[in-house]
Design a protein around this ligand. Structure first.
Ligand code: MN
Length: 132
C-alpha cells in the first residue's frame, strides 16, 4: 500500500464506509477520525496529502477541527476539503473563508467524488508534501 494518505474526519459510519470504499478502490490509503479526540493520534502519525472534513460533527464543529489542523505543523499546509450537506449550501462560503480549500457535497456521488478528490490533489502547490 503506497497510495496517497487521506484523513477522513467523519462521525457517520455509513458515510465513512462509502468514502473509505471509494478511496480504497482508487488506491488511496485512508485513516479515520470520528471527532477531535480521534484526531489526536492521527496528528502524531504520518502526515496526509489531503483531509476530508465532515463539517457536521457531534462534538466540536468542523471549524474547530479545521483550526486544529491549521495549528499543527504536520497538517498546516495540507488541503482540507469540507464535506457538506446540500442543505448547508449557505455555510460553504463561511467554510472557505475559514480556510477550507474546497468542499464536496453530500450525499456522495461516486464518480464526482473521486474526480473532486483527484482534482484537489493535483491542485496542491509544487513541492508540497515533501517534508512531512
Ligand atoms: Mn457528521
Amino acid at each position: 500500500m503506497s497510495g496517497p494518505l487521506i484523513w477522513v474526519i467523519e462521525d457517520n459510519d455509513q458515510n465513512f464506509e462509502l468514502v473509505d470504499f471509494l478511496l480504497g478502490e482508487a488506491g488511496y490509503r485512508v485513516e479515520r477520525a470520528r471527532d477531535g479526540v480521534d484526531l489526536a493520534p492521527l496528528l502524531a502519525g504520518e502526515a496526509p496529502t489531503l483531509v476530508l472534513l465532515d463539517m457536521n460533527l457531534p462534538s466540536g464543529s468542523g471549524l474547530e477541527l479545521l483550526a486544529r489542523l491549521r495549528a499543527d505543523e504536520r497538517s498546516r499546509r495540507v488541503p482540507v476539503v469540507a464535506l457538506t450537506a446540500h442543505a448547508m449550501r449557505g455555510d460553504r462560503e463561511r467554510f472557505l473563508a475559514a480556510g477550507c480549500d474546497g468542499y464536496i457535497s453530500k450525499p456522495i456521488e461516486s464518480a464526482h467524488f473521486l474526480a473532486a478528490v483527484a482534482g484537489f490533489l493535483r491542485a496542491r502547490s509544487p513541492g508540497d508534501g515533501v517534508e512531512r
